[in-house]
Design a protein around this ligand. Sequence first.
Ligand code: 6MZ
Length: 347
Amino acid sequence: MSVQAFCRRLPKAELHAHLHGSISTNTMQKLINDVSHTVDKSERDVWSTVINKEGKRTLHECFAVFKMIHELVTSKEALSMVTGDVIREFADDGVCYLELRTTPRPLKGISKRGYVDTVVAVIQEASNHLELPVKLLLSIDRRQSLEEALDTVEMTAEYQQKGDGVVVGIDLSGDPTKGDATTFLPALRKAREAGLKVTLHVAEVPNVAETLSLLEFGPDRVGHGTCLHPAQGGSDELVKCFESKKIPLEVCLTSNVKCRTVQSYDVHHFRDWYERGHPMALCTDDKGVFSTSLSEEYCVAHSKLNMSQVELWKLSLSTVDYTFVTDDLKRQLRHKWQDCKQNYFQQ
Ligand code: 6MZ
């Protein structure tokens, strides 16, 4: 079996996928067509050029792309359509567990809560016909105020208490060059008190003091962790703290290299943490913006980081341990992984 076929067939869990960054070129084209009667051709051409750029963007350019995507997703209908497409595409890629995250924002005629209701409704609808458990994290954007962050936490707790099991936690993300994430520590503590899971974007760019405070808070997982090591602008204290707490790391290989927060796969921090036996999950981050898929991330780990098929299998299975779900669902997921192994890999 080719590596591509192996990675496609491998059961996979996606733990770090921003909804609007995951919108594929096809779906983006649908959005552009939908606004064609209200927007002139030159603007549509700019959008088409941006979405067809194959994901080669600096971190700064990525955030300009998110702004553009947000300008295209302005109605409840558009939000439903993109959420449905993103879930289907992950399912088609052999993803067997999906955690989406998104930053609630008011759209035409709907509040932030209306936004979350819309995404939750699409997730519930998808569960009627797809064998793919989908959970949702609500994101705090670093550019927001503490009050907005507290509102997001309160809203997340309300949805969690509704008991439909879709909304499970909080993410802290947004442009890492903006704001001070430690501002949000009171909101993050409230999230933990409410029993919510918490994952934080940490050290995507060098910032030793902020990173240390976030790690000391003790999140359930962290995203990126690019600049922990002294050679990447971190410090020995950060490495020691991260290692001793064994906080699972959401690794986004293509995203880091395309954004140039990591110079090349050869120097990517994945290999070092893998050799230390640190808990890690391969993730896409923004599969639309970076033109990738979760299967592709596993292929990259094979071709650029010399991971064998057996290692990829073990890595994928271990990812189930870091999902934000009940022990019962984790058991069911592990069975699914074992069934797939028997069906596909022992012929
Ligand atoms: C930090 C990121 C990100 O929430 O509108 N986002 N935050 N680092 C990254 N690495 C490249 N990629 C995406 O999805 C888009 C939002 O996700 C966050 C940003 O806040 C972006 O605006 P939602 O669904």
